[in-house]
Design a protein around this ligand. Sequence first.
Ligand code: SAM
Length: 196
Amino acid sequence: MPKPLPLTQHAHQIIRAHLTPDDYAIDATAGNGHDTVFLARHAAHVFAFDIQKQAIKNTKKRLHDEGFSNKVTLYHRSHQYLAEAIPLQFHQRIKVITFNLGYLPGSDKQIITQAESTLKALGASLQLLAPNGLITLLIYPGHSGGDTEYLSIQHWLSQSSEQLHINIIESARIRPGSPLLYVLQKTTFNNTLDKP
Ligand SMILES: C[S@@+](CC[C@H](N)C(=O)[O-])C[C@H]1O[C@@H](n2cnc3c(N)ncnc32)[C@H](O)[C@@H]1O
């Protein structure tokens, strides 16, 4: 039997099917730059955010090494300011926004995404997304602090359900607190994931 894909790769597969080389994308949690490089490979331009200096440095280096520096604008800033930071001309033209929540791997596990700023960033994402645009949201309810963030996101989603088509993908091996991948698509009148 083929090995099930890790959720990070599952998210990439979904994004890959959705992005064209003319599209714009946002990485809301740049971290070590894996997702930023992936988006830069498949989009026209990427806006990437992180609050940690180390994350920005790691992402900058990875982009340089992979030859994508000129396709990415990096912001050392919280994703709650997505809408303020990204020039107006790109608003409602963003095709994909990725969130990979939690802490920076290989760094201080106390510095994690927080429910309050994550929800602000999700709200801003709705303003920035193009019609039918996607948000991929990788959530870690099992991490310290991740459970509170997870519950807040669930509540936010229950209030935003008219604007979003929601698809939840679970880890292959489900244990209490296993990570979850939410794929959210901004709906227009007649469109869903099934009817692009
Ligand atoms: C799991 S890591 C992201 C992994 C990354 N996408 C990659 O491909 O390497 C989560 C990141 O979110 C960042 N973060 C935490 N709070 C944030 C915020 N308010 N705005 C932007 N980034 C934040 C952390 O600093 C950390 O680097």
